[in-house]
Design a protein around this ligand. Sequence first.
Ligand code: ZN
Length: 345
Amino acid sequence: MALLLPTSTAGSLPKPSWLAEPEKLWSPWKLEGEPLLEAKQDALRLSLQEQVHAGIDIVSDGEQTRQHFVTTFIEYLDGVDFENRETVRIRNRYDASVPTVVGAVSRQKPVFVDDAKFLRAQTDKPIKWALPGPMTMIDTLYDNHYKSREKLAWEFAKILNQEARELEAAGVDIIQFDEPAFNVFFDDVNDWGVATLERAIEGLKCETAVHICYGYGIKANTDWKKTLGSEWRQYEEAFPKLQQSKIDIISLECQNSRVPMELIELIRGKKVMIGAIDVATHTIETPEEVANTLRKALQFVDADKLYPSTNCGMAPLPRQVAQDKLKALSLGTKIVRQELSNELK
Ligand SMILES: [Zn+2]
């Protein structure tokens, strides 16, 4: 029988301080050229080892080779000028200086495929690889060429599909698209957001996931969360369409969030990555707290479809905190696995 409740992380993990300044988003690299390439691979190896040591079942690169989950991918594309910057509002939440789309976007060479091959060579465990989703990509740019969010999203979906097919060929088991923008632009999600995501996974035989969260534990996000009231029902907007979509797995923020767990009923039939670790606090969850969140989720997700995970990436956290949180995730999952196997006896 396959392992019940396989654990994973939503994405990024902290980088070692010799690679980039810790506890910071968009942290600049401390090395360059050949030494940087080597250092990134070393960090990837370490990150993998830390995940294995913590008992994580589906491992990742911890996003050690990228500076940021969206911009690093875009840096590899033609048609985007990183010198020519404009200030835009990200996810209606905070202003950021972003690159400009100045011409047709295209991918001349693979972005993460070598990194994925490297990870594949290091482990026999199932591996998950994260890419930004089309809607979140357009939300992190100023578009001076297509002048249509939807058109640009379709172009990015085509490019993401090229990358995803090569990641699959490199041996990636699950390809995940990060779409925090799905929690903000509800009309777009339903008009073309889910459709562009399906374009991005066209022809893939590996499993596919979409990660929808309330963001990293940075101030702009935690301030925004305070304005959302006592119940967070944002997921309700995208779930019906996602339930009908070809995406296999949906990754959600559940630990310490005010998302009513029963909303998950709307995606019944899908595999669900339940965020049981809060990335916006340094407090380490107890295994029992993790188990509690998983038990609540089990009311709405069949046990064979529940994947315990983290609320979001952990890049901005201190390394030891992230490591302890991963251990708590494993231990909490073990408790529930035991309960489930007792029920089957
Ligand atoms: Zn996230």
